[in-house]
Design a protein around this ligand. Structure first.
Ligand SMILES: C[S@@+](CC[C@H](N)C(=O)[O-])C[C@H]1O[C@@H](n2cnc3c(N)ncnc32)[C@H](O)[C@@H]1O
Length: 228
């Protein structure tokens, strides 16, 4: 599996397919949380989210993990160009997030359009790793595709996902064939969904989660929208 081959084309492909929607989803919760001191971004890609994050939280120490050397190069180059003063706070780690284990504790975790590259077992494993690396009240920004329950939206999503999985399986070698759902595993690991936004008939979602140890004891996956 490698995104190296499509790294340089990722931006225009995204714009052609979704316009600015994916970037709106990625950045939906930036500045909704007061601060981020230590951030872990899994599968950052070309650095567009990273630059927005650094503009909002210039003092944050960021670990940016991606398996693709070309994606990391693009992300590094983008920060160097846009926010060179912030570069010293970022570590670019070329790692496979399935075998890599984070150390230390992060108060903000980010998975933008990356969990869709994995099957259900790997998604569960990744969520457990994130929970272990999270501070007790850490936030999680999670953007991804999803399938709505409404009939027309569901058909629309299934067509798009079939095309996207076919494309990414052919060009990058990802093994996943369908979307895995991280919701139950997040709840089981103490994360509570605070708010959620949707675009494109529900095909694109962005969620703000927070870790709350009391939710594990209570056995709940409660939802309480705090932001519009
Ligand atoms: C679909 S792209 C999403 C990129 C970006 N986060 C975005 O919002 O568009 C998936 C990214 O995750 C990275 N990735 C996929 N599998 C990975 C793995 N096992 N370990 C680390 N990074 C991985 C890819 O290299 C790529 O940069």
């Amino acid at each position: 599996m490698s995104f190296d081959r499509i790294a340089r084309h990722y931006r225009w492909l995204e714009t052609a397919a979704f316009g600015s929607i994916l970037q709106m989803a990625r950045t939906r919760w930036i500045e909704k949380i007061a601060e981020a001191k230590r951030v872990l971004i899994l599968g950052e890609g070309n650095g567009r989210f990273l630059c927005e994050l650094l503009s909002a939280y210039p003092k944050a120490a960021v670990d940016c993990v991606d398996a693709s050397a070309r994606m990391l190069d693009l992300a590094h180059g983008r920060v160097l160009k846009v926010l060179p003063q912030a570069l010293s706070g970022v570590r670019f780690l070329r790692e496979d997030i399935v075998s890599w284990s984070p150390s230390g504790s992060y108060d903000l975790l980010v998975t933008n359009f990356v969990l869709d590259c994995f099957g259900q077992d790997e998604v569960s494993l990744i969520i457990r790793k994130l929970a272990q690396a999270a501070t007790p009240d850490a936030y999680l920004f999670l953007s991804d595709f999803c399938v709505s329950r409404k009939y027309f939206s569901r058909v629309h999503a299934k067509i798009w996902l079939a095309v996207m999985y076919r494309f990414f399986r052919a060009t990058t070698g990802i093994r996943a064939k369908r979307l895995a759902d991280p919701t139950n595993e997040l709840g089981a690991n103490g994360f509570v969904c605070l708010s959620r936004s949707h675009w494109r008939l529900g095909l694109v979602k962005s969620e703000l989660w927070q870790r709350r140890d009391d939710s594990i004891q209570a056995g709940t996956v409660s939802k309480g929208a705090i932001f519009g």
